[in-house]
Design a protein around this ligand. Sequence first.
Ligand code: NAP
Length: 318
Amino acid sequence: MRAVRFHDHGGPEQLMVEDVDRPTPGDGEVLVKVRAAAVNPVDTYFREGSYRPGGLPWVPGSDAAGVVTAVADDVTDYDPGDRVFATALGNDHQGTCAEYVAVPTDRLARLPDRVGFAAGAAGALVGVTAWQALIAQCGLEPGERVLVHGGSGGVGHVAVQVAHAAGARVTTTASPEYHGDLRDLGADDVLDYRRDDLADAIREAGQPDVVLDHRLDDYLGLDCEVAAFRGRIAAIGNTDAAATFPDVPAHRGKALTVHHVSMFNTPDVARVLQRLAALMDRGALAPQVARTYDLDEVSEAQEAVVEDSFLGKLVVEP
Ligand SMILES: NC(=O)c1ccc[n+]([C@@H]2O[C@H](COP(=O)([O-])OP(=O)(O)OC[C@H]3O[C@@H](n4cnc5c(N)ncnc54)[C@H](OP(=O)(O)O)[C@@H]3O)[C@@H](O)[C@H]2O)c1
């Protein structure tokens, strides 16, 4: 089969399309013919070596959607022909930028018939992350106000939809070109993150009970400033560990809590994927595909995911 692999850590030029053996599903695994694989910033961390993958050479890619073509003897809940989507690969398991991938069934769920493969892949890692952040960790409840920073990105645009589906009122920040799209996806208040009076504008929309922050170095201080009493902050990424424990009086005075969320430490990925599938099936979650790429364009896609601005996700179609 054709697969993208890197043999050494480094820049996008390390990514090569190669002919390799088709994987054989091990115990508890199914073999999936990949129809779509999403591109995430974390793919670049594994390629660069700031996160260490399971070995080298390595196939990048956390997310896949496709069709089951074979199942291990001990797998009883999936059959060849099932449409599925998966995430949490490309870490300790070879990734998804390939024609086939072996997937443990605890990282897999059925993809509803009405959902295309590209949308399924696009919603996997970011959907699990948004669900863990807003629902599982921060316990977002109907009627609460949520603030999603960077609502047009992969995590952001899915978080806006998950929060809206949960009955929350949603404030999000984004570049002006995406404001209309984000209102269509369920945001109540959309603010340009570049405005000087951002904190005032967020408070005016309504003090957030829950904040989803993937730029802690920029915003943790602001989060503490604007959050409601007993606000919960979902911290899904930061480059400065000290930023997660700020000495901000508001942090103590308002009894705020910071929840550290990582997609890779989600206890039951398959269960969260099932919930996302249910949302997609009833049209409450529609992951957006900004662009698609061929397998031999994965280096271009990995550059774009950290450098370009787009609404939703970049997707590889092998
Ligand atoms: N912990 C986890 O499990 C986990 C899971 C997923 C992602 N992450 C991390 O979360 C981050 C976002 O991931 P992603 O997939 O959503 O990336 P993405 O698709 O590239 O989205 C990034 C978003 O941030 C916005 N942005 C840029 N500068 C901003 C600013 N100053 N203020 C507010 N928003 C700004 C971008 O808007 P423009 O288009 O206007 O630039 C874009 O909407 C990455 O660092 C990723 O590694 C962590």
